[in-house]
Design a protein around this ligand. Structure first.
Ligand code: ADE
Ligand code: ZN
Length: 338
């Protein structure tokens, strides 16, 4: 047992699973320019500094506009492998031992990139990380909720042929005005095929979207879910059913969902018995990877050893890793000494 604040080193070393990470959101400006030059793609900004200066967001949509524009530099299997390789190295250095990463296939196939090049590129890097530093990982295919349901259906059809790599489906992009109920049939098909399911809900959207994700999509985890705090009955249900929330504190600050981290509901949800976890969402855009989200929470909200350990334990238990893998990760966590 330590007294005093947990150090940066301790929180970066804390063995954890990352359950809310958009691989396209790990595209750092430096790599974006490298790939643009290699692929002959025009960048709307002249320098890394000019691009980085755009990372001042008013809301989710203002971020998404830049996110979709910048990912235009990702064209080949090798590009997706390099992107993922760089993320995995950084994540590993911040204690991430297992990652279930989101990808947005519709944003790539719409540009003429082959679905399999995306999956295989990411998969190549996951294989290397497993071999080189014992990290485990898998893919979750996200549907863009602001695109037609027929397009999600097509993405699912492509995904069902790649269940060697893809373990689940998710729902992301602009939330308000695109309720989970729109995707009920797509999720039913995914679940019938044996895929896990999660959905973004309650990031900017109301608690009603979290209810829909649970009752209509039958998801196993909620991504973000922070607005659940506004609905006591929902909080009680999440706690009772041990539905994990994959919370992303720095993202919520940068996208103005919780402009001041000191007001963040993470630890209030934890105190209410909700299975909260800490994740990085789009770390290249929001100022920090997984470990840095933990240190930011410590600085703004305070974090005891017991709370840090519980957040990490919940991330492992709430993952879709095999029972053996979970046991190994939990044993590693037991050995963590801050
Ligand atoms: N796509 C990438 N990041 C996202 C987020 N935070 N919310 C919704 N869609 C996203
Ligand atoms: Zn997200």
């Amino acid at each position: 047992m330590t007294t005093g604040a947990l150090t940066d080193e301790a929180l970066l070393a804390l063995p954890k699973a990352e359950l809310h990470l958009h691989i396209e959101g790990t595209l750092e400006p430096e790599l974006a320019f490298e790939l643009a030059a290699r692929n002959g793609v025009d960048m709307p900004y002249a320098t890394v500094e000019e691009l980085s200066a755009q990372y001042d967001f008013d809301d989710l949509q203002s971020f998404l506009d830049l996110y979709y524009a910048t990912m235009a530099v990702l064209l080949t299997r090798g590009d997706f492998a390099e992107l993922t390789r760089r993320y995995l190295r950084r994540a590993h250095a911040q204690g991430v031992r297992h990652v279930e990463l989101f990808f947005d296939p519709q944003a790539h196939t719409a540009r003429g990139v082959a679905f399999d090049d995306v999956v295989d590129g990411i998969g190549d890097a996951l294989d290397e990380a497993e071999r080189d530093f014992g990290m485990s990982g898998a893919l979750i295919l996200c549907f863009l909720r602001d695109q037609p349901v027929a397009s999600a259906d097509e993405a699912l059809t492509a995904g069902l042929a790649r269940m060697d790599r893809i373990i689940g489906v998710g729902l992301d992009s602009a939330e308000v005005g695109y309720p989970p109920s729109l995707f009920e049939s797509v999720y039913a098909r995914a679940r019938a095929a044996g895929l896990h399911s999660v959905a973004h809900a309650g990031e900017e959207g109301p608690p009603a979207y979290v209810w829909e994700a649970l009752d209509l999509l039958h998801v196993e985890r909620i991504d973000h879910g922070i607005r659940s705090i506004e609905d006591a009955e929902l909080v009680a249900r999440l706690a009772e059913e041990r539905i994990p929330l994959t919370v992303c504190p720095l993202s919520n600050v940068r996208l103005q969902a919780t402009p001041d981290l000191r007001d963040h509901p993470l630890l209030r949800l934890d105190a209410a018995g909700v299975a909260v976890t800490v994740n990085s969402d789009d770390p290249a855009y929001f100022g920090g990877y997984a470990g840095q989200n933990f240190t930011a929470v410590r600085d703004a909200l305070g974090l005891t050893e017991e709370q840090a350990r519980r957040l990490a334990r919940t991330s492992i238990e709430g993952s879709f890793a095999s029972p053996e893998r979970k046991r190994a990760l939990l044993a590693e966590l037991e050995g963590w000494r801050p």
